[in-house]
Design a protein around this ligand. Structure first.
Ligand SMILES: Cc1ncc(COP(=O)(O)O)c(C=O)c1O
Length: 471
């Protein structure tokens, strides 16, 4: 492709994306493709000769689009959001155009320094303690893995990096913590049996006294507590673990405190949501995902540490071929995480923050919180339904009730309701289990969602309910 062809098709693609933003509502939110359907229409052999990209673009529209689930649809209420924005798409495009590999400062000083500046902006924006420093990772899963590896090394005086695993170390997280904690515990070599799941209260938040009891028992049995993971906004119900008492316990026993605020962290843009950060001085590491609820397209995870030394000591490498004359004066982010090669993610984040401004981002969060409060009220006003968790952010957990029905029957009833609602193609909600109860999750956070979409979701839910209740 020559440059003039690139220019022509590039403008065409931007037009297509702009049209997509405008008309995404016309697609069924969840793809209706059956397993194997997309594969079956694609050739098994790669083309031997190159072709004009126009034909690949036509195939994209015809063959690929039917297998796309539309995360930017205004009826997106599934999982958590992963919202994007025109500003982030353009930032992503520019960084692809530059094609810079930003592993160390010297391989693009602007990438390293913009990342430093933008992460400091973010720290201030969500009210984390002064002095915490940030780095962009791909996902919260990777950020948490970095935290568990740093905690492992700090607890053992960096012995495991040197000599391999010996001491039986323990990690603690609530029974509602995300599966990425389990995965990181396995990968980091702790062994899944050393992940202690701590009981939660009726609002699904970790019980600090249960945590302390568990730590005492472990110490008496010769285990070394290495890390506690507290969650601000759990995946199932957006529960908030009480940071202050958990932090006190961590400080008392000398345990690394990692906070997983992958979804909930963005809400801390609003001062009145910062109560969840009370006790933040005790945090050793903290992750939240601008790629979830802060208009920055996937992937972009913000990882902050109180003290960068354990992070860098865990990950640093100094091969001759990467040495430069500036290593003592600059940040080489290759030593702040797992991979060597790094994308220029700070660019899209910078574009988003500049384009919306802090006030614009706050306004979006406020609106999503308002819509969630409205949906909560609609559920509460209808006695065929019940709420299953407090609504702290923009997630509402609820279910349909039925007199005398067992948990199993309620689970079947509500999963049928969910399927009926989702097959409308207008909305997409997902489910979870809360202390053994089937719960439907309504997670609001798409950039394009308006009140009418939330009301439409409720209409669909209440329209489908009677036929199921009569069965
Ligand atoms: C609380 C929590 N932590 C971690 C994750 C994992 O995020 P990522 O996909 O960035 O690894 C999620 C995903 O929804 C989450 O809800």
């Amino acid at each position: 492709m020559n440059n003039s062809e690139f220019r022509r098709l590039g403008y065409e693609l931007i037009d297509w994306i702009a049209d997509y933003f405008e008309h995404v509502e016309g697609f069924p939110v969840r793809s209706t493709a059956k397993p194997g359907q997309i594969k079956s229409v694609l050739p098994q052999e790669p083309p031997a000769e190159g072709e004009a990209l126009d034909s690949a673009f036509a195939d994209f529209r015809e063959l690929i689009m039917p297998g796309i689930t539309h995360w930017q649809h205004p009826g997106w209420f599934a999982y958590f959001p992963s919202n994007n924005s025109p500003a982030s798409v353009l930032g992503e495009l520019l960084s692809a155009g530059l094609g810079a590999q930003c592993m160390i400062w010297q391989t693009s000083p602007a990438a390293a320094e913009l990342e430093e500046v933008v992460m400091e902006w973010l720290r201030r924006m969500i009210g984390l303690p002064a002095g915490m420093e940030g780095v962009i990772q791909d996902t919260a899963s990777t950020s948490t893995l970095c935290a568990l590896l740093s905690a492992r090394e700090k607890t053992t005086d960096y012995a495991i990096n040197r000599a391999g695993f010996r001491a039986p170390l323990r990690v603690y997280a609530s029974e509602e913590a995300h599966s990425s904690i389990d995965k990181a515990v396995k990968i980091a070599g702790y062994g899944i049996e050393n992940l202690q799941k701590i009981e939660t209260d009726e609002a699904y938040a970790m019980l600090p006294e249960k945590l302390e009891n568990r730590i005492k028992i472990d110490l008496a049995n010769g285990y070394k507590p290495a890390c506690v993971v507290a969650t601000l906004g759990t995946t199932s119900s957006a529960a908030i673990d009480p940071l202050e008492p958990i932090g006190r316990i961590c400080s008392q026993y000398g345990i690394w405190l990692h906070v997983d605020a992958a979804y909930g962290g963005t809400a801390a843009l609003l001062e009145d949501k910062r109560t969840m950060l009370k006790g933040a001085e005790a945090i050793d590491s903290f992750v939240f995902n601008p790629h979830k609820w802060m208009l920055t397209n996937f992937d972009c995870s913000a990882y902050f540490v109180k003290d960068k030394e354990p992070l860098i000591r865990t990950f640093e490498i100094h091969p001759e071929y990467l040495k430069t004359g500036h290593d003592a004066e600059v940040k080489n982010y290759r030593d702040w995480g797992i991979q060597l090669g790094r994308r220029f993610r700070a660019l899209k984040l910078w574009f988003v923050i500049r384009n919306y401004g802090v006030e614009g981002l706050k306004a979006m969060i406020r609106e999503h919180l308002r819509l969630a409060a409205l949906f909560k009220e609609l559920v509460q006003r209808d006695n065929r339904f019940e709420l299953l968790a407090p609504v702290h952010f923009s997630l509402v957990c609820f279910r349909m009730k039925k007199e005398g029905a067992s948990e199993e029957e309620l689970s079947l009833l509500n999963s049928s309701l969910l399927e009926k609602v989702n097959s409308s193609g207008q909305v997409y909600l997902t489910h979870t289990a809360l202390k053994g109860r089937y719960a439907i999750r309504m997670a609001i956070g798409s950039r394009l969602t308006e009140e009418k979409h939330v009301r439409r979701a409720w209409e669909l839910i209440s329209e489908k309910a009677p036929s199921l209740l009569e069965q």
